[in-house]
Design a protein around this ligand. Structure first.
Ligand code: HAM
Length: 425
């Protein structure tokens, strides 16, 4: 036998019935995001490497260690997108969507990072997110955070996550703070791990994002950027907190929250959970007021978030929040060539009348008993039977496969009405 080829490590197949849960979650997400007036954007999976280097930052884990970068056949350096903000900004600039305009955009799709796979952390994973452009006040920060809260609420997992917020100010106030932080880190250099020593020189704020438990006390005692913000950033942050209080969205200010990507300014936030082991961030984002200009556009305030779908699905499974919808509604079984042809017509008639119906024809022959067995195994709620008698009287028999109820005889239009009601649930 030929050797079996397996999937790439950290890149998962999503199989039925779990794919039903994904569809259910994706449907809910689309409805909620669109109810906030956001419009979908789809950007390519592959972009020029330079885009991610310039936006996410050279001294970040993603750019230094995690990108899937390759030379294509034209010797151009390309990268599988590790996130969607950079591509969305690139597309916005390229197509003139951002110039003096307000845009509310959302996206959903696969991302790639070469991380060490573990529960909730994969090399291919799906993000859903939204980005708003052209608005600089804290009102839109509150709207975006409220959108994330609604998403978690509708998905039935909000009770498992806590919202943390912080402000990391502007580039200017960070310059001053950087000096203080570097002095502090230098004074503790002997206690820093190798990664932090490297970061201290190149990008000191990233030391605060270290996940090494041995660095915890150094980070906790470091000077806080929150104490060195400019006046406008302070006001922005205070107003945001006021809006969140009015909206009844509970939060915690975490002065150590800095995020792992370089483009952020002012507001940053994360929904964190202790139900996913080490991978506690479910949804994260913030403001990035310099990025559009940095990528060649006109200076445009912006912010957004992204949520990891695998982490959402894991929590939904834990909460049993994803009622997996019935896999199949009806399974048509027939006992002759003529009945089979009538069955084909009937199934198409039902699909036309009830667009959400899932109905399968029995194929592959066999007697009625064997077909009933297959119908039962298919998970369908009903078996629709067409035999000699039904064929003669232009009717069908309907058997409930999940409850002990008498079999019914119905005409085609009666059957459609009946199933319409049943599939609404
Ligand atoms: P991020 O924090 O890098 O931010 O990723 C956002 C979310 O994607 C994480 O909170 C997590 O749920 C999920 N995620 C990240 N890496 C993995 C992985 N290896 N496996 C599974 N899930 C993962 C961003 O990507 C920003 N673009 C968010 C943003 C949008 N900021 C402003 N706008």
């Amino acid at each position: 036998m030929a050797q079996i080829i397996q999937a790439v490590r950290g890149m998962n197949d999503i199989l039925p019935p779990e794919s039903f849960l994904w569809q259910y979650a994706e449907r809910l997400i689309r409805t909620v995001i669109q109810s906030y007036g956001y419009q979908e954007i789809r950007v390519p999976v592959v972009e020029k490497t330079e885009l991610f280097k310039r936006s996410i930052g050279e001294v970040t884990d993603i750019v230094e260690k995690e990108m899937y970068t390759f030379l294509d056949r034209n010797q151009e350096t390309l990268t599988l997108r590790p996130e969607l903000t950079a591509g969305t900004v690139r597309a916005g600039i390229e197509h003139g969507l951002l110039y003096n305009q307000i845009q509310r955009l959302w996206y959903m799709g696969p991302c790639f990072r070469h991380e060490r796979p573990q529960k909730g952390r994969y090399r291919q994973f799906y993000q859903v997110g939204a980005e708003a452009f052209g608005l600089e006040g804290p009102d839109i920060d509150a709207e975006i955070i409220s959108l994330t809260a609604s998403l978690l609420e509708k998905l039935g997992i909000r009770q498992l996550a806590k919202l943390q917020i912080n402000s990391i100010g502007t580039t200017d106030c960070r310059k001053e703070y950087r000096k203080l932080l570097v002095n502090y880190l230098k004074a503790h250099k002997s206690e820093l791990d190798e990664d932090s020593v490297h970061r201290m020189v190149k990008n000191p704020m990233r030391v605060l994002d270290s996940k090494n438990p041995e660095m915890k006390h150094i980070i906790a005692n470091a000077p806080k950027l929150l104490d060195h913000l400019d006046e406008i950033s302070v006001k922005h942050f205070e107003k945001l907190q006021e809006y969140l209080n009015h909206a009844g969205i509970q939060f915690e200010v975490n002065p150590c929250l800095v995020r792992g990507l370089d483009y952020y300014t002012r507001t940053v936030f994360e929904w964190v959970t202790d139900h996913l082991g080490a991978q506690g961030t479910l949804c994260a984002g913030g403001r990035y007021d310099n990025l559009v200009e940095q990528l060649g556009g006109k200076a445009t305030p912006a912010l957004g978030f992204a949520m990891g779908m695998e982490r959402v699905i894991l929590l939904m499974q834990e909460e049993n929040a994803g009622r997996i919808p019935e896999r199949l509604h009806a399974y048509v079984i027939t006992d002759s060539e003529g009945a089979f042809v009538a069955g084909l017509k009937l199934a198409n008639y039902l699909r036309g009348k009830i667009p959400s119906i899932r109905v399968t024809m029995h194929c592959g022959g066999g007697n009625l008993k064997a077909q009933f067995k297959k119908a039962d195994k298919s998970g369908a709620g009903y078996a629709i039977i067409i035999g000699e008698h039904e064929l003669k009287t232009h009717s069908v028999s309907l058997k409930n496969l999940r409850e002990e109820l008498p079999q019914q005889t119905l005409y085609q239009d009666e059957l459609a009405e009946y199933l319409k009601l049943k599939t609404k649930k």
